[in-house]
Design a protein around this ligand. Structure first.
Ligand code: NAD
Length: 425
C-alpha cells in the first residue's frame, strides 16, 4: 500500500508489520481484493486534547487517541495505553492487531485501541484520575456497551477503568454503565479470573503446543522472559502443572536454576523486593542468554521485537509461546519455522485477557456473574478451539502457525463483510 503524506498515521513499524501479515494471509485464502483493500485501513481515528489540572494548579494538555479499526464482527474492543511513546501510528497498529486477534478467537467483537501520550510514573494518583476522567469525557460519545468497550493496557489498571466507567456513567445521567469498560474491579462489575487470564491462557496453549511436538508439561523445562502480569502467572500455572521453570527475567536481568526455580517463593520475593535480582538459589544470566537456553518451551512475555533475524538462528527452544504482543518478528518466524521450532502466535496465545474481558462484558449485560471455575473453563474452551482451527490450517497448508492464525482471522472477516453486503464484489 502506498502511503501518502496525509496518511502518516499508517506509517508506523507495528502497523507495517501487521499489514505484511494481513497481505500474506489474504494470499493464502485468495481473499477478495476489495475486502483486503478495506481491511488495510482503520475505520476511524480520533485525536483529542486532554487538559488536566495538575497538583501545582497549572493546566497541562496531553494528547489522547482512540482508533476504531473494524467493527464487522461486533462492537469495537481494545485497551487504553498510558505511555510516553504513545502516538497515532502505534495506536493504529495495536487497533489492527486487536481486530485480527478477536476474529481468530471467534469473539463477536471488532478491534480498537486507545492511548494517551503520558508517562504514568511521572504523574500523581490525583493527576492520573483527572487525566482519565477528561479523556473519558472527550471520547464518551464514541464509546459505550454497544459501541466500543475499552479495557486496561500498559500503564492503566482496574482503578483506571473504574474512573473511566464512573465518568461515562455520569455523562449518561448518572445511571451506572458497567458494560462500557472491562478489566474493572470485581466490586463494580468486573469478572473473577480476569487478572490471571492471559497467563492461564498462555499455559493452556503451551500444554497443547507441547502435546503436538511430543512433550509433556510435567517435567518440561521452560524459560520465561518478563515477570509481570503475564509472565508471573504463566510461570505459576506451569510450575503447578509440574514443569521446571528454569529461568525468568525482568528489567534487572535474568535468573537461572537448572533444577527449576521455586515460583511461589519468587512471587513472594518480588512483592517485597520489586526486582528478581538477588533471589537466592539462582544464578544470574543475561536476557539474551535466557532467550537462547536449551529448553522445551520459551515464553516471551515482556516486549515486542525480542527475537529477530539477529538471534533467531541461536534459539534452541522446541516451542515458543508468545505471551507478549509481537515478541517474534515475521522474518524471525520464517527462520524458526524452517528450523522446526513450533511458534504459538500472540493472536491466539495471549488471547486469554480479551476472552475474559468478553466474559466480563457478557456478565455485565446479563447482570449475572459466574464463579471463577466457570470463567477458567470457558476460557479454556475458547482459546483451545482457536488453537485447533489454526493448527488444522497450519497442517493442511504447510505454513507456520502465525500465517495460519492470520489466514483464519482474515477469512472470517471476509465472510462477514461479504455477508453484510458492505463490500460487494
Ligand atoms: P507488565 O508491565 O505487568 O510486565 C512486563 C514485564 O516485562 C516486567 O516484569 C518487566 O520488568 C519485564 N521487562 C520489561 N522490559 C524487559 C526486558 N527488556 N527484558 C526482560 N524483561 C523485561 O506487562 P504485562 O501485562 O505482563 O504485559 C507483557 C506483554 O504482554 C506486553 O507485550 C502486553 O502487551 C502483552 N499482553 C498483556 C496482556 C495482559 O492481560 N496483561 C494481554 C495480552 C497481551
Amino acid at each position: 500500500m502506498e502511503i501518502q503524506k496525509s496518511e502518516a498515521h499508517l506509517d508506523g513499524p507495528l502497523f507495517k508489520n501487521a499489514l505484511q501479515t494481513i497481505e500474506e494471509a489474504a494470499k493464502l485464502i485468495n481473499c477478495d481484493p476489495n475486502v483486503l483493500e478495506r481491511l488495510k485501513r482503520p475505520r476511524r481515528c480520533l485525536t483529542v486534547s486532554v487538559p488536566v489540572r495538575m497538583d501545582d494548579y497549572s493546566v497541562k494538555v496531553f494528547t489522547g487517541y482512540r482508533v476504531q479499526y473494524n467493527a464487522t464482527l461486533g462492537p469495537f474492543k481494545g485497551g487504553i495505553r498510558y505511555h510516553q511513546n504513545v502516538d497515532l501510528p502505534e495506536v493504529v497498529g495495536l487497533a489492527a492487531l486487536m481486530t485480527f486477534k478477536n476474529s481468530v478467537l471467534g469473539l463477536p467483537l471488532g478491534g480498537a485501541k486507545g492511548g494517551v501520550c503520558v508517562d504514568p510514573n511521572k504523574i500523581s494518583r490525583t493527576e492520573k484520575q483527572n487525566l482519565t476522567r477528561r479523556y473519558a469525557s472527550e471520547i464518551a460519545s464514541f464509546v459505550g456497551p454497544t459501541k466500543d468497550i475499552p479495557a486496561p493496557d500498559v500503564g492503566t489498571d482496574p482503578q483506571t477503568m473504574a474512573w473511566f466507567m464512573d465518568t461515562y456513567s455520569q455523562e449518561q445521567g448518572g445511571y451506572a454503565q458497567p458494560g462500557v469498560v472491562t478489566g474493572k474491579p470485581v466490586e463494580i462489575g468486573g469478572s473473577l479470573g480476569r487478572n490471571h487470564a492471559t497467563g492461564l491462557g498462555v499455559v493452556y496453549i503451551a500444554e497443547k503446543a507441547f502435546e503436538k511436538v511430543g512433550i509433556k508439561m510435567a517435567g518440561a523445562t521452560i524459560a520465561i522472559q518478563g515477570f509481570g502480569n503475564v509472565g508471573s502467572f504463566a510461570a505459576l500455572f506451569s510450575h503447578q502443572r509440574g514443569a521446571k521453570v528454569v529461568a525468568v527475567s525482568d528489567v534487572s536481568g535474568a535468573i537461572f536454576n537448572g533444577d527449576g526455580l521455586n515460583i511461589p517463593e519468587l512471587i513472594e520475593y518480588i512483592k517485597i523486593n520489586k526486582i528478581l535480582k538477588g533471589f537466592p538459589n539462582a544464578s544470574s544470566i543475561t536476557n539474551e542468554e535466557l532467550l537462547t537456553l536449551k529448553v522445551d518451551g520459551l515464553f516471551p512475555c515482556a516486549l515486542e521485537g525480542q527475537i529477530d533475524t539477529h538471534n533467531a538462528e541461536n534459539i534452541k527452544a522446541k516451542v515458543i509461546v508468545e505471551g507478549a504482543n509481537g515478541p517474534v518478528s515475521v522474518a524471525a518466524t520464517k527462520i524458526l519455522h524452517k528450523k522446526g521450532v513450533f511458534i504459538a502466535p500472540d493472536v491466539i496465545a495471549n488471547g486469554g485477557g480479551v476472552i475474559v474481558s468478553y466474559f466480563e462484558w457478557v456478565q455485565d449485560i446479563m447482570s449475572l456473574f459466574w464463579d471463577e471455575e466457570e470463567v477458567n473453563n470457558r476460557l479454556k474452551t475458547i482459546i483451545l478451539r482457536a488453537f485447533d482451527v489454526g493448527f488444522k490450517f497450519h497442517q493442511e497448508k504447510n505454513v507456520d502457525m502465525r500465517s495460519a492464525a492470520m489466514a483464519v482471522s482474515v477469512q472470517r472477516l471476509e465472510k462477514a463483510m461479504l455477508l453484510r453486503g458492505l463490500y460487494p464484489r
